[in-house]
Design a protein around this ligand. Sequence first.
Ligand code: ADP
Length: 744
Amino acid sequence: MTVGNPRIPKAPAVRTSIRTRLMRQDTLFAVSIVVILTLLSFVMARSALEQRVLAQLSGILSARETLLERTLQSAREEAVLLGSRSDLVRIAQGEKAQGILEAILANMRDEHMPAQAIAVFDSAGTLRGSVGTAMVAPSGSLQTTILQPVTGNEGWKAYRIFAPVRSDNGRRVGVIGIEFDVVSLLQPLLSAASLGETGEILLAMEKDGAIVLLHHRYSTADQKVIILGSLGDQYAFDLPLAQALKGETGIRSAEDYAGKKVFSAYRLIPVLGWGLEVKVDRTEALRSVTALAVSMGVAGALLTILAVFVTRLLALRLTQPLVRLSGRVSLLRPGNWVFRSSVRSGDEVEVLDRVVEDLAARLKVTYDHLEDEVTKRTAELREQYAKDRAILESIEHGVVAVDRRGKILDINPSVERLLGVERKAVLGEPIAQALPFCIHRKPCPANRHPVMRALEKRAPVRAATNTHMNIVRADHGLLPVNFAVTPLLVGRKLIGAVLVFQDMTDDRRIDYIKSEFISLASHQLRTPISTLRWYIELLSDEKNKNLTPVQRESIVEMQTAAARMADLVEALLHAARLEGGSITPKFGSVNITALLTDIAEELRALAKDAKISCAIDIPSKPVMIMTDAILVHIVLQNLFSNAVKYSRPGAQVNVKVRVHSGDVEIEVADRGIGIPAAEQHRIFERLFRARNATTVDTDGNGLGLFISHMIVDILGGKISFKSTENKGSTFTVRLPKNTRKKTV
Ligand code: ADP
């Protein structure tokens, strides 16, 4: 059995398959690992190579420094040794012996010492003999050995060693100076064969605040001194040679004087005060790393491809049962709850497969049960609906249901009948337009429409007593109604409202006839009653001795009855005049406390006769209000007399007057018979008397409160009451101090 056409939602389409996600993520992971490892190895290899190059540079620098120092040292030793020769002592003391000097020079060359000049000076520094280039003994050379480099435009040309010439007794008698050719020193010193094509060994000195590159590469030809700029500036630019000249030692990557990136080792050679630098091009030094990077990249790419392939394979194997299971689950639907577990992978997918089998079996049972239940409930609901509809249609009152915006959802046939509208035409229309209300004859604005007010306030709205409410019919006539609007709330949510109205045409007509009759009867009865009373008065005259006591008693009774009749007619006349609008209040400044005190006196007299005590609380201070004293008198006299009339003998009546800023409040309270709760809403109706009042006072006419209500309304005030049966009633009148109500 199936229930209607149940709408089974389609199994949702897979947006991204788990297989694809697994592949994507695994591939990403594998690629990241390969890339990271490749980069890491590359960086490590590069850093190791850098370290090696720097260590190598440092080694070469130390070796060259040692070579330089050793060469200079041996030259120095040679000079010191020659300085102690006796023949040289003699030359220093003035003997002419040019041949000796030439022999010494030749001898030194034979011993592979590149000496190219020799000179001997006496102790005063005067040249005593020389071979080769002319020299001048520097000051201080008599005391100690002095090394003097000789530089020219081509850079470092030669170096001279000056040593003291000592006699046998150790006395310094002169100075010997030997000049050595620098080429033989520079050749091994600056040879950078082991540093590849870009390796260089540089020697620089400071001259006039600038760095002078003495030999940037050893070569005999075309050597030019190169000036590398100011020492201070180059030091600020971290030029290794500048740092070396400032006495610093270092091994690091740097920029050379030509702006090339190099690895460099540098230090100061203290003997000469010169800087020595060994450097090699970074690119060349790291060439092997580039090759390494390429091979690593290739290996990485191959690894990545392999990883992707393996990942796909794994993902396929892992997700195959899951994908198959999901396909089978999506086939489950009403009419097809068959599912047999088939996965035997032993993992969570197998568990899931079994759970689905179990769930499908349960779903089948539940669904079957639900179908039965739904069918049953639907039939019940249909029946209920038919009943409700029948009730609604049979109701005499008009019933209108609206949604929370006030649009008509449904109306019953009575609405169509009473208002002459068509159901189809008003459905979905705003109620304020489709069924407008009028207060008396005045159209009620849309936002003041009772249904809209009930929706806005979320509280019931009822027709006010004595307010003539009408609904405008389709033919523009007015239908007098009594109504109630009840908002529909589900929890705290407003879902709409229901308006129920009752056709009041007959009631209004009766009302009209009543008032017409009262008006007519009172007018017509007034004169005959006056005549009657006048004649009874005559009859009751004391001088009339012809009457028997029984006749006299009857006349008294006639007198009382006629007086009561006159009162009734008077009241009827009042009511008729008020309704007809022929009473216009004459507003004037009235001392309300004085007026009330006067009326209270009347009350006292009235109460005294009925054996009822009075407690009257009226402020003595004069309070002036704009009102009609005669009308106020009628109202209060009526309230006082009611309080007395409906109290039991011995009870008390309380009158209290309170003066507020804008109005005066008069309260008349008794502890009498009270008004039954069920009848309280009719208390201001014309000719209405409560059930319990008729037994206490047979003479009442049910007009007093009707008149009072109307008068208070005309005076712009308000009358209200609270009452409990058998406990008493409290009537309250509020009169405005200034407001003048428009005349009726
Ligand atoms: P009447 O008193 O002549 O019947 P009213 O219009 O003055 O007419 O009052 C209408 C009805 O209101 C009374 O019949 C009575 O049922 C009820 N009523 C008025 N005042 C009181 C009161 N103080 N205590 C109890 N019932 C009262």
